[in-house]
Design a protein around this ligand. Structure first.
Ligand code: PEP
Ligand code: MG
Length: 540
């Protein structure tokens, strides 16, 4: 047995086999081959395997994200069989007597370059698809695993690092835990682990040879056991059982009101990344959704999700929540959440760059599509719309103008919509300072402590070296929260916290005494926070 230490993201315990995920594009070497026919057969077998994988992914995606979003896998299957693509690879193997990997990589590069030069946006976006299918073929040939290929048994995924787009693609039913070498506690991948209720460790010196070995992730003590002995297994199984029992005890709080001991009602909501998380919200009895990170709809897709796809997703969430509030945050892409088809330039300082509302105001077509979908969904439930990364009153006025345009268009077209609240994220120091003015423009504020901390302390939330110094309890942050609540209340706004700090149980009492109206947390934190709310008096 070997024991490793890391930093814990979620305090559960997971026991199972390791799946070592090696990502990234492998350097493909040019190798001269003697047997052209055998090489062509290798390629054909890999092609058949890739199509099999895509068929399975397609079936899974139809179930999880609907037919429209799943269509991309059909496009990939068609591309794998495209005559030009196939004959280019076969010709290269024949005429240059090179290995299949090299022929595929060169063909992929050439086709992708050709697509990216085209004027038409649709074909431009196909550049990423050709690269994707070529990478898949090469991965099959080199027997490299892909995240979507975790096997039948539930596993502990071990990787150097995971991007939000990779985490979101994983089959949640087969994911017991994840362990990475890199990543930070405040990254979106870490947030996803908490949303999905998955024990996770970062900062672990991982090794490829662990693949297939038995392991235990102990999120409580930030330890990883490889090939645990019987005694350790026994001990941690008991711990795991205790966890389950503690959760069962908390579940007695289901159906109880979120009201303080002295009678103040609090909105205790949950954060989600997609439609699939709603089940977890309901299972934990949250009174609403305080943050739907809508950008994950874009991260899961291979091309801009159209109005209908988005409308169906928002409508489904609103209907499933049956009258409980659903705060959908508009697209917050950029920084660590990169989407190929947006073709964003590489930036020196992406966290402070072209992201979120800045992209939406600069590319109004994308923004309007999302707004139309959201406003239409307001006819089916209690939708509220929230805008990220706001820094000025002018931005909010511009957004409201666009919203009015969309409403006028919908009315003209005879398309129904309901009433909906509009609010903003308070996650930049500028928004805190301007919160007295901003409060006059909106119905609510939701404080994004993750970004607010990084911008106030000038510390990259993604930088693991800063994890020990990154202090969301810094008095500057707490004062900013207090100020925001006061300024919001003066103008009749309700004020919530949807950053990770909202789930910090050591601060719940402080927030309640500051006058916070709403806390929106990962679903698994709803019941622990409900317990504290019900035990706290705010008047003292
Ligand atoms: C935040 O910044 O606190 C927040 C909730 O948004 P995100 O974590 O998605 O940036
Ligand atoms: Mg943020």
């Amino acid at each position: 047995m070997k024991v490793y230490e890391g930093k814990s993201i979620f305090k559960g315990i997971a026991i199972g086999k390791i799946f070592f995920y090696q990502k990234g594009t492998q350097q493909v070497k040019r190798v001269k081959i003697n047997d052209v026919e055998a090489e062509k057969k290798r390629y054909e077998a890999a092609n058949a395997k890739a199509i099999e994988q895509l068929e399975a992914l397609h079936a899974k995606a139809v179930k999880e994200v609907g037919e429209a979003n799943a269509a991309v896998f059909e496009v990939h299957m068609m591309m794998l069989e495209d005559d030009d693509y196939v004959s280019s690879i076969r010709n290269m193997i024949e005429t240059q007597q090179v290995n299949a990997e090299f022929a595929i990589a060169s063909t992929g590069d050439n086709f992708s370059e050709m697509f990216s030069q085209m004027d038409d946006e649709y074909f431009k976006a196909r550049a990423a698809d050709v690269k994707d299918i070529s990478d898949r073929l090469i991965a099959v040939l080199s027997q490299r695993e892909s995240v979507g290929d975790m096997g039948e048994e539930p596993v502990i995924v071990v990787a150097d690092d995971l991007a939000p787009s990779e985490t979101v693609q994983m089959d949640k039913e087969k994911l017991l835990a994840f362990v990475t070498r890199y990543g930070s506690a405040n990254s979106h991948t870490a947030i996803l682990a908490r949303t999905m209720n998955i024990p996770a460790l970062i900062g672990v010196e991982i090794e490829e040879e662990w693949n297939g070995h038995m392991a235990i992730v102990d999120g409580k003590n930030a330890k990883l056991y490889i090939d645990p002995d019987e005694e350790t297994l026994e001990k941690l199984r008991t711990e795991q059982q205790k966890d389950i029992e503690a959760r069962e005890l908390l579940s007695l709080l289901k159906g109880k009101e979120d009201v303080t001991a002295d009678g103040k009602h609090i909105k205790l909501y949950a954060n989600i990344a997609g439609v699939a998380d709603v089940a977890n919200v309901l299972a934990n009895d949250a009174a609403g959704i305080g943050l739907f990170r809508s950008e994950f709809l874009y991260l899961e897709a291979q091309d801009y999700p159209d109005e209908e796809t988005q409308f169906l997703a928002y409508k489904r969430v609103a209907e499933n929540m049956a009258g409980r509030k659903v705060v959908v945050r508009t697209l917050d892409i950029g920084a660590d959440k990169q989407v190929d088809y947006f073709n964003l330039d590489k930036e020196e300082n992406p966290a402070m760059g072209y992201r979120a509302i800045r992209i939406c105001l600069d590319r109004p077509k994308i923004f309007k599509t999302q707004l139309r979908a959201l406003i239409r969904a307001s006819a089916y439930g209690e939708i509220a719309i929230m805008y990220p990364m706001i820094i000025s009153v002018e931005e909010v006025r511009k957004i409201k103008e666009i919203v009015e345009e969309v409403k006028t268009e919908l009315t003209k077209q005879g398309i129904a919509y309901g009433s909906f609240e509009q609010g903003i994220m308070i996650e930049t120091p500028a928004a805190v300072v301007m919160s007295d003015e901003l409060a006059k423009e909106v119905d609510f504020f939701s404080i994004g402590t993750n970004d607010l901390t990084q911008y106030t302390l000038a510390m990259d939330r993604q930088n693991m070296k800063l994890d020990s110094m990154y202090d969301p309890h810094h008095p500057a942050i707490l004062r900013m929260i207090q100020k925001t609540i006061e300024n919001g209340h003066k103008e009749g706004c309700w004020v919530g916290i949807c950053g990770e700090l909202g789930a910090d149980t050591t601060l719940t009492e402080t927030f309640l005494k500051m006058g916070v109206d709403e806390l929106s947390v990962s679903p698994s934190f709803v019941l622990p926070i409900r317990k504290i709310i019900r035990e706290t008096s705010v008047q003292e």
